[in-house]
Design a binder for this molecule. Sequence first.
Ligand code: SF4
Length: 702
Amino acid sequence: YAIKADKTVDSVCPYCGVGCQLTYHVKDNTIVRVEGRDGPANHERLCVKGRFGFDYVSNPQRLTKPLIRRADAPKHAEFKVDPLKWDEVFREATWEEALDYAANGLKKVRDTVGPSALAGFGSAKGSNEEAYLFQKLVRTGFGTNNVDHCTRLCHASSVVALLEGVGSGAVSNQVSDVEFAEVIFLIGSNPTSNHPVAATWIKNATRRGAKLIVADPRKTEIARHAWRNLQFTADTDVALLNAMIYTILEENLCDPEFIRTRTTGFEALKENSKGFSPEVMGPICGIPAETIRECARAYATSKASIILWGMGISQHVHGTDNARCLIALTLMTGQIGKPGSGLHPLRGQNNVQGASDAGLIPMMYPDYQRVDNPDAIARFEKFWNRTLDHKPGLTVVEIMDAACEGKIRGMYVMGENPAMSDPNAHHAREGLANLDCLVVQDIFLTETAYLADVVLPASAWPEKTGTVTNTDRMVQMGRRALDMPGDARQDLIIIQQLANRLGCGWDYKGPESGVAEVYDEMRRAMNNITGITWDRVEAQSSVTYPCRTEDDPGQSVVFVDAFPTKDGKARFVPADLIPANERPDAEYPFVLITGRQLEHWHTGSMTRRASVLDALEPQAVCSIHPLDLDAIGAVAGDTITVASRRGEIALVARVDDGTPRQTVFIPFAFYEAAANQLTNPALDPFGKIAEVKYCAVKVSKG
Ligand code: SF4
């Protein structure tokens, strides 16, 4: 605290979906300190990333000039990242040259092959306004719905199940509602690492007596606070949850009035549950039958029970079925529509909720209006004054498959890193390398940017103003604190300049790249945020939706009287057992689970360039049970090789007796040992999310 700041600026953390409010202390265009603000999601708390994760902004590897690929620099999936040798691959260009080059490349594909040969990946770590403009550009400038973002690898399956079951893809209750819960059921989530401030709400709730049930194949830190810790066998989620459903039915613990008046489809659930007794399912999921019954009873009979889940639920070929079971639990017990209850998929990235709401998904316009619904088409064709594509677009993994097949020929990627984040990363890199035109807009020369034809230097979060929407449905204001380095430009400006070269004719005016005008247009397209004006977010810093009028305080608990479905009722959708796409066998006897670490965020593009975070976790590690490590003749700290049918990586062994036997856990933030080189791209058929939480691998020393 020795350095006295020139100014302070209030904003929001750029990392996880908790959405902690914070204050930057700035001196000489550098963030010298960050402190937590009393925001509704964090009450002054910050985790290590929010407090110490900001000097990536001034990392010398920041892109400061537009780059164009050298004619003699071939693209291939086996590239080696070397930021210091960037000029062997690219040459610097002026903005005019780079934007013309990018627009002409995309236009050529659109006009010669057709709009459906183009695609765009937008960003969940940019603002709502950027997400809205990006999808508008793809839909109106490219002429296709091939637009997606990292929600496809995050909670796409949860959202499908929620839209189908309760009519809304967002959370029903906010994280802080755990304060009012008697039972907290946390499944497939490691909030201590991934949503650390959310974890503090949960831990404090247990301190005042709430019963925490943790269900996860790995024993993570929060299990220390659990009333019951269900360390179930990976891939048996539906078995465990259906056994809870069975218990509630058999022991008459349902809420018949809620089922009768608020739901449909209960008979089908009852019929489906036969055969899922805890006594039969217990041995499958590795949990004693009586423990399953105990947890089901506690959940069903408490005054208020809340369910929170993470990607342990969603990233499976049965991810949608997993979420359907969670929804069924809430509906059959009436544990929804009141404080301390409901459904909360913990959203990953800081703005993955907002980017999805803004239409950065291939099957929905803003506000989840389907692109094949005639009313929605008519509305948006009038609103945007364009004829639109009426066919749902391709999703993230499908786009990469189509790129490998030569069907997608041009892409615009803003602030995403599919060369690291997509399953079977080598395949994704082949797809990117196969494109006629790849335009990447980012702040660093990421692994994806290495394969680009044009790289556009963009703005980091503290260098721009815009709104983001957290996991709690809070629309919050991020404010510019720093100037950009070199010739980097604001993302909102770059999108507009590219769009106008593709014939969009946009003219958003006003300070900060016209952000308020873009927000206002987006607000007019989205009923849920009609009452949240730009000035209101500016004044209050955070407003919760749904919020239909300007004097509406916003609804923190939804579904109180009805569900936003056609008949106002929620729907039970039963689920059966579907095994993982790739099970362990004699050749690949281990299970690989991928995920995140407390210190590193997603593909590491920011946190590995943040000095404190990088110092805390400087190298790629593989967590493994000590007995398994011993069995391969290695000890902690040794280099081990983990291989799947798709690739192999070498990394450092870390002993972890919370990782089950015959299982390894690897974070996906390290390009030198990219976990996604191993993962399985098999998709959940409904959410089109890949099974990155489960595949077969072998492990050896060296
Ligand atoms: Fe940022 Fe999430 Fe940490 Fe809060 S909990 S400081 S939002 S990373």
